[in-house]
Design a protein around this ligand. Structure first.
Ligand SMILES: *Cc1c(COP(=O)(O)O)cnc(C)c1O
Length: 954
């Protein structure tokens, strides 16, 4: 293979090693291994119709040419997206830093203390600015956060005695149109009646469980909602407020006027607009909601030595445990972006944030004065950053439009002909003068030049914030770039990411996120564009997205693709809503039963409930396969009400079930649709596809299979791919024509998290048809190589008919626990001493570890991992035989911190060397866990989820 081929950089093992590995498995070619692994009846007969892979250099030129077709104008549209300045120290050391972007969701707390602290900063900042008691570590976007608020209020009805049957939520007509649209989508299947009106006309009664308003509202007006809050609370009705986070540094925060829930986007805290995303939504509430709050909450706890340690709190609420009883399906959220927003707050501090907000307001106030003097009428009586002008009779808004475009500016045009300007952090004196020039020329009036930044504030005193915020040390300590850099690095050094070692998390596909794929993310031509600008300013984006949709359709065998969902779980929900609409369009609205195998990921049943479906669980047999006869019986039993079947393929058990086509036929013959969870697509690309298997719709996790990094828990992109009969139901958008006319929106942005799509685009363009297939083959080879090495000590729980696993395998640990008392958790923690992140713990089978190496790991790394797990196996044997103490052993005491092993006393029954250097190669690349084993239960009993100084955590 030519040495400039990207495939040889993306794939770990060299050709001669591939041959060695095949020899170990007793096969002579990759084809032979594929024939033993992937069932014949679903194999693709033709290669993918994609271009040949580009070299990195060729791709770089291609994406540069696309970037050049995007035009970056100054944009004053607002509507939830604002230009912002990402401090370069954060851009370079967080966004562009693989330690931050390749790490995984902090399920393993001990090796995630750095990003946990960054997320705790984010939560603290949100609580402080909103004036609320609790906040989570981010949601997908502002509109879905609104939907989560609605559902949380609905689920909390029973706490208000009189409200257990209430199903009406009143929403002010002046929330963003995209927020309204997503609320409509979510309310409908749950039987929630959404009433949209001017908030002054809300009819609050015993049927009302909640209200939602926006502050400042979609006109930019700051509204005094105290009377609404009062009358709502008198009737035990909850109040949710969408708020502009930046404005809350100068406006009285909703928490101080009684809101129960406050949500919104943290985009303007240094996160580029990115043509719609990714950005982190924030979500804060009163303490009383802590057990029903969606998403992840980071909390403070202690480790085995009594030291402060962070971890995700209240994990029992996760969908994995609650499944169809879960109230939200949030899994991947927006961790990387919330880390960045938190760092922005750390860097600017309370006075910096306040200065930014004040400057923005003062510019708006100046523009009001200057433009009003030209004969325009500003209609917002009090505002933060947004002014809205009615035009004098002789001025046409078309004139304003072309004059502004001439100067490369985008304004907002209201339906009634008024023109809006939303000012942001980047607005400077030139910009101010250009804006005035446009209004002056359109009115045929002379204008003078503004030479000084304005300082006059026009906000009425009763709206001004008087309380202090962000007084915690972390927000008041790092002002110089050197200090900030060192703080970021201090946190980063605590964590394991792909820069250290393989992350063998089954179902998560932690493959290479190539530098060439990542580069365009930092280019202003991709990240500097507002999602609602005229499409001719985003030609490069649209050409890229068209091609990407076509390629993903080819890869899945489907007809069309929606890029809107912002995570895998959001894709599940969107796909199920599409199926629901399909049935409704045929007069089959009663079809609402979804069959889900017991082995499914927890988000599947959670998403199904959100789509208003009734979940019926179907069993697996002792070999881990879906029980065909049981499924047939269920399909017959529910033949009149069957909506669909949700299936993961290859199964979450790591096996290609050959019965899959039969399963799909059974569902179709009973009037149902087949939804395929595409999380395991890394075992399909180029070998088979969801359409071939018999599915009608699937989501893809671009942040698993298609090289978007995991970001420590997001961003994600979960596009849905559908067969021809479902295309007409794909999600539309209320502001932009996104090419689809089906259900209302599922995300705030028309094309979801557009700015990370070049990563997937690059991945596909550089691998090409051959490289993509090769990636799947090597992923399968790597998994079988590990399975073969560990089958005799741990044991591989499930394999296919020829004894092969797919791209991942489940390692059995239960017999080890029975013999030694060492659990799968002990093994996971001990792996940290060996420098590895644990595999997926106890999913989908309790007491096991699921390992997925991916194609990107080299043979030497696989061998290191095998050596580590074998070393741990030997330690377990020593415990079982009594050679090591049952309690005081390196497994139960893992992970070992440097503090513990360098302490003057060491009274364990094993040596310090055994504790921290169990294998020789650790000496040249040792990872030191910063804390000992974290006590989860303690933190849940004493919930603290902000970085207040806390007493008594020992
Ligand atoms: C990861 C995963 C999901 C959820 O995807 P998110 O992007 O985290 O929402 C769903 N199903 C399976 C099988 C997965 O592995």
């Amino acid at each position: 293979m030519a040495s400039d081929k990207f495939v040889m950089r993306h794939i770990g093992p060299r050709d001669h090693e591939i041959q060695e590995m095949l020899n170990v498995l007793g096969v002579s070619t990759l084809d032979e291994l594929m024939n033993q692994t992937v069932p014949e009846n679903i194999r693709l007969k033709q290669p993918l119709k994609l271009e040949d892979g580009l070299t990195e250099r060729q791709y770089f030129r291609k994406i540069l040419a696309l970037a050049a077709q995007n035009k970056v104008y100054n944009t004053y549209i607002g509507m939830g997206y604002y230009d912002t300045i990402t401090p370069a120290v954060i851009l370079r050391n967080v966004l562009e830093n693989p330690v931050w972007y390749t790490s995984y969701t902090p399920y393993q707390a001990e090796i995630s203390q750095g990003r946990l602290e960054a997320l705790l900063n984010f939560q603290t900042m949100v609580c402080e600015l909103t004036g609320m008691e609790m906040a989570n570590a981010s949601l997908l976007d502002e509109a879905t956060a609104a939907a989560e608020a609605m559902v949380m209020m609905h689920n909390s009805r029973s706490r208000a005695k009189a409200k257990t049957d209430a199903n009406v939520v009143w929403v002010d007509e002046k929330v963003w149109p995209q927020t309204l649209d997503v609320l409509i989508t979510r309310a409908n299947p749950l039987g929630i009646e959404l009433k949209i009106a001017d908030w002054k006309n809300f009819e609050l009664n015993e049927n009302t469980f909640g209200v939602i308003v926006q502050y400042p509202n979609s006109d930019g007006q700051i509204v005094d909602y105290t009377s609404l809050v009062k009358s709502a609370h008198e009737k035990e009705i909850f109040v949710s407020v969408a708020a502009d986070l930046l404005s809350l540094s100068i406006l009285t925060p909703p928490g101080e006027w009684g809101a129960d829930i406050v949500f919104g986007t943290s985009q303007r805290f240094g996160i580029p607009m990115g043509y719609g995303g990714p950005h982190a939504a924030f979500f804060a509430s009163k303490d009383a909601f802590k057990r029903t709050m969606p998403g992840r909450i980071i909390g403070v706890s202690k480790d085995a030595h009594g030291n402060r340690a962070l971890r995700m709190a209240l994990q029992t609420r996760e969908q994995h445990i609650k499944r169809e009883k879960a109230t939200s399906n949030i899994c991947t959220s927006q961790a990387l972006l919330s880390n960045m927003a938190g760092f922005y707050a750390v860097y600017h501090g309370p006075e910096g944030i306040k200065q930014i907000a004040t400057r923005i307001h003062c510019i708006a106030a100046l523009l009001e004065k200057e433009i009003s003097a030209l004969g325009y009428t500003q209609v917002n009586t009090t505002y933060f950053d947004t002014i809205r002008f009615a035009l004098p009779r002789h001025v046409k808004h078309e004139d304003i439009e072309w004059l502004s475009l001439e100067l490369e500016m985008n304004f907002r045009y209201f339906e009634n002909g008024e023109v809006g300007l939303s000012i942001d952090e980047t607005t400077n004196l030139d910009d101010i003068n250009w804006m005035i020039e446009v209004f002056a020329k359109a009115a045929n009036k002379p204008f003078g030049k503004i030479v000084d930044y304005p300082t006059a504030c026009t906000i009425q005193p009763e709206f001004l914030r008087t309380s202090a915020f962000m007084q915690q040390e972390v927000f008041n300590k790092y002002r110089s770039e050197t200090e900030m850099l060192r703080y970021i690095k201090k946190l980063e050094h605590k964590d394991i990411s792909l820069t250290h070692s393989m992350i063998p998390l089954g179902s998560c596909t932690m493959k290479l996120n190539a530098a060439t794929e990542m580069l365009p993310l930092s280019w202003i031509e991709f990240n500097g564009i507002h999602p609602f600008v005229p499409k001719n300013q985003a030609r490069g984006y649209h050409e890229m997205m068209e091609e990407l949709r076509r390629d993903l359709a080819e890869i899945t065998g489907f007809a069309d693709v929606s890029l809107q969902p912002n995570s895998g779980a959001a894709g599940e929900y969107a796909g199920l809503m599409v199926i629901r609409q399909y049935h409704i369009s045929r007069g089959d609205e009663h079809r609402n039963v979804v069959l889900i195998p017991s082995s499914a990921h927890g988000t599947n049943p959670a998403s199904a409930v959100m789509a208003g479906m009734k979940v019926v669980v179907t069993p697996c047999d002792e070999r881990g396969n879906i029980d065909v006869e049981a499924l047939r019986l269920k399909a017959e039993e529910f033949k009149d009400t069957l909506s669909c079947f949700m299936v993961t393929y290859p199964s979450t058990h790591g096996v290609y079930e050959s019965s899959i086509t039969e399963l799909c036929e059974i569902i179709h013959s009973h009037g149902g649709q087949v939804y395929m969870d595409g999380a395991n697509m890394n075992a399909q690309v180029g070998l088979t596809n969801p359409s071939r298997i018999g599915a009608d719709v699937c989501h893809l996790n671009l942040h698993k299979t298609f090289a978007i990094p995991h970001g420590g828990g997001g961003p994600g992109v979960g596009p849905i791919c559908v067969a021809a009969h479902l295309v007409e139901f794909l999600p539309s958008h209320p502001v932009m024509n996104n090419g689809h006319v089906g259900i209302t929106a599922v995300s705030a942005a028309p094309w979801g998290s557009a700015s990370v799509l070049p990563i997937t685009y690059g991945y596909i363009k550089m691998l090409g048809a051959d490289g993509l297939k090769r990636a799947s083959e090597i992923a399968i080879l790597n998994a079988n190589y590990i399975a073969n090495a560990l089958k005799d000590n741990y044991g591989v729980l499930y394999t296919g008919e020829n004894g092969r696993c797919a791209h991942e395998m489940i390692l059995e640990c239960r017999h080890l626990k029975a013999a030694s008392g060492i659990s799968e958790t002990d093994i996971s923690k001990r792996l940290m001493d060996y420098g590895f992140h644990a595999p997926t713990l106890s999913f989908p089978v309790h007491g096991t570890l699921m390992v997925e190496p991916t194609e990107s790991e080299s043979k030497q790394e696989l061998d290191r991992f095998i050596e580590a797990l074998t070393g741990i196996f030997n330690e377990i044997q020593a415990v079982a035989s009594g050679e090591l103490d049952k309690e005081d052993n390196p497994l139960k005491n893992a992970p070992h911190t440097s503090d513990v092993v360098t302490a003057d006393d060491w009274n364990h029954s094993y040596s310090r060397q055994t504790a921290v250097f169990p294998l020789a190669w650790l000496k040249e690349n040792k990872y030191w866990p910063p804390v000992g084993r974290v006590d989860d239960a303690f933190g849940d009993r004493n919930l603290v989820c902000t970085c207040e100084p806390i007493e008594n955590y020992k």
